[in-house]
Design a protein around this ligand. Structure first.
Ligand code: XIL
Length: 358
C-alpha cells in the first residue's frame, strides 16, 4: 500500500511517478544540451529557413541553446530592402520559433555599416538622420516585449586601432548617430537591453581601449547603454591571457557582457570579405583536441572574469562546420565550430561544456 499524497505534502518529491523500489541515485543526470550545462544563456545564431527545413539542425538548435540570434534576417538589408517598405517575414518567423521553444530572442543588428540597402548611399545627411530614427523606432516597436536585447550599433570602430569606422552614418552624421540610435531604441522598448557590439577587441588592445573610451563618453552623455558585445571570431593563435584581460577591463564597467558571435578559427582571417591566409588545409585529431582545450579555456575565462549578474551569455555564430560563415565569407577552409560536417558534437563541444563548469 502506498500513501503517495501524504508523502508529497511539503516535499520536493515528484508525485506523479510510482515510488521507486530502489534507493534514489545522487548522480546528476548528464546535461541534455549546452543550455542545461550553463549558468547563463547559451545562444546559437541561425538562418530560420534552414532550421525549419532541416530536422537535424532544428533538433540541435532546440536541444543546445536557450537564446537565438538571426545571422542575417534582422539586418537592415533584409528588413528594409525596398525603400519605403519594411519586411518582417523572416524575422517574425525566427521570433515565433524562439518563443515556441522557450528561448530568449536577441536582435542583431539595428545599425551596421555592412549589409545596407543600396538606397542609403544617396541620402543627404538630414534625410539619413530621419530614416535611421524612423527605422529604429519602427523595428524596435514591432518587436517590443519579444526581443530581450539588441545590438543597437555594430562595428562602429575601425577594423584595427581605436578610431571610428568611416561608415555612411559616421560620414554624414558624425559620432552623434550612436547616441541617437540608443535613445531611439530605448524609447521604443524601455525594457530591451541595449548593446554596442564589435570584433577584434580580444586581440587588439588599442581597439579595446577605443571601445571603452567610447562607452565612457556615451555614458557621460547619459546615452542608455546596457551592455558590450564581444564577437569573438577568435583564432587559435590568439593569446588567451589578452582575452582574459579584455574581459576583466570590460567587466569593470559594470555593464552586461555578451560573447555574441563565437568562432574558433585555425586559419588567419583578416576581417575583410574574402581575406586572410588559409595555410591550415586539414584538421587532425590532435588539432581538434587543442581546439577543445581552448573552447574550455574561453568558457572558463568568461565565468571567472564576468560577475554572474553581468553574464548576458555566450552565443555561437553558426555552430556547425558544415554551415559556418567563415568558409564562405573569408573564402577559406576551416573548422571553427563545436559541431562537425555531419552535425556531430566535436571534441570542442565537450571542451566548451567542461568550461561551463560541468
Ligand atoms: C555574417 C553572416 O553570418 C554572413 O552570412 C553574411 O554573409 C555576413 O555577415 N560580424 C557580424 C555578423 O556582426 O553580422 C556577421 O554575420 C559576421 C561578422
Amino acid at each position: 500500500m502506498r500513501f503517495l499524497p501524504l508523502l508529497c505534502i511539503g516535499t520536493l518529491l515528484t508525485c506523479n511517478s510510482p515510488t521507486p523500489d530502489t534507493a534514489p541515485t545522487t548522480e546528476a543526470p548528464e546535461p541534455a544540451g549546452l543550455r542545461d550545462a550553463a549558468p547563463f544563456p547559451i545562444g546559437g545564431a541561425i538562418n530560420i529557413r534552414q532550421v525549419l527545413s532541416d530536422e537535424q539542425l532544428r533538433d540541435i538548435t532546440t536541444t543546445e541553446f536557450s537564446s537565438l540570434t538571426s545571422t542575417n534576417d534582422m539586418k537592415m538589408y533584409r528588413i528594409a530592402d525596398t525603400e519605403g517598405e519594411l519586411d518582417f517575414a523572416r524575422a517574425d518567423s525566427t521570433v515565433a520559433f524562439a518563443a515556441e521553444h522557450g528561448m530568449r530572442m536577441f536582435g542583431h543588428a539595428l545599425v551596421w555599416h555592412y549589409a545596407l540597402p543600396d538606397y542609403i548611399a544617396d541620402m543627404p545627411a538630414e534625410e539619413l538622420r530621419i530614416f535611421l530614427t524612423e527605422y529604429i523606432d519602427t523595428v524596435v516597436t514591432h518587436f517590443r516585449g519579444r526581443i530581450d536585447g539588441w545590438d543597437v550599433v555594430n562595428e562602429v570602430l575601425d577594423t584595427k586601432g581605436g578610431g571610428m569606422r568611416d561608415s555612411p552614418f559616421y560620414e554624414k552624421l558624425g559620432t552623434d548617430y550612436i547616441g541617437l540610435a540608443f535613445r531611439t531604441a530605448r524609447r521604443a522598448d524601455p525594457d530591451a537591453k541595449l548593446f554596442i557590439n564589435d570584433f577584434g577587441t580580444e586581440r587588439d588592445t588599442a581597439k579595446l581601449s577605443g571601445l571603452l573610451r567610447l562607452v565612457d563618453s556615451l555614458r557621460a552623455e547619459e546615452v542608455p547603454i546596457d551592455g558590450i558585445g564581444f564577437q569573438w571570431h577568435q583564432q587559435m593563435r590568439d593569446d588567451t591571457n589578452t582575452v582574459r584581460q579584455t574581459l576583466r577591463r570590460a567587466a569593470a564597467t559594470g555593464l552586461l557582457i555578451h560573447i555574441s558571435e563565437l568562432d574558433l578559427i585555425f586559419n588567419t582571417h583578416n576581417d575583410e570579405a574574402g581575406g586572410g591566409t588559409d595555410d591550415v588545409q586539414a584538421v587532425t585529431p590532435a588539432m581538434l583536441e587543442e581546439q577543445a582545450e581552448r573552447f574550455e579555456t574561453l568558457a572558463r575565462i568568461y565565468r571567472e572574469e564576468v560577475p554572474a549578474d553581468q553574464q548576458y551569455g555566450i552565443t555561437f555564430w553558426d555552430f556547425t562546420d558544415r554551415d559556418t560563415w567563415i568558409r564562405g565569407f573569408f573564402d577559406m577552409g576551416d573548422w571553427p565550430t563545436v559541431f562537425d560536417e555531419e552535425l556531430a558534437r566535436k571534441p570542442g563541444y565537450y571542451g566548451f561544456r567542461r568550461g561551463l563548469g560541468e
